[in-house]
Design a protein. Structure first.
Length: 106
């Protein structure tokens, strides 16, 4: 599955637009990560536990978006974007979205 943030794919023609696709997940903080984050707040530095959590969440959201595009018969996603929002205290939603298309090499 080709995924691009642009509206076109160089060297390919869009044969069919299949529509909006998305994938999301909601992640919550873990007490161990909160303790580490609190210590990092005192001494400074990267909070690796949160970074790893968000990296995995982004991967899961993209995976779900790709699955939806494949179910529609797409072989590419154009205009892909990601967004994060807080849904409640200590929980964030990560969403990946774009337009599923069928592309063909020129």
């Amino acid at each position: 599955m080709m995924i691009v943030t642009t509206e076109q794919v160089a060297g390919y023609d869009i044969k069919e637009v299949l529509g909006y696709v998305k994938g999301s997940t909601i992640q919550t903080k873990h007490i161990g990560r909160d303790i580490t984050a609190g210590l990092k707040g005192i001494v400074g530095g990267e909070i690796k536990g949160y970074n790893e959590m968000m990296t995995e969440a982004r991967k899961l959201a993209v995976h779900r978006m790709v699955k939806e595009a494949e179910e529609k018969g797409g072989n590419a996603i154009i205009g892909m974007r990601m967004q994060t929002s807080t849904v409640m205290a200590n929980a964030a939603e990560i969403i990946a979205y774009g337009t599923a298309v069928v592309i063909e090499k020129r």
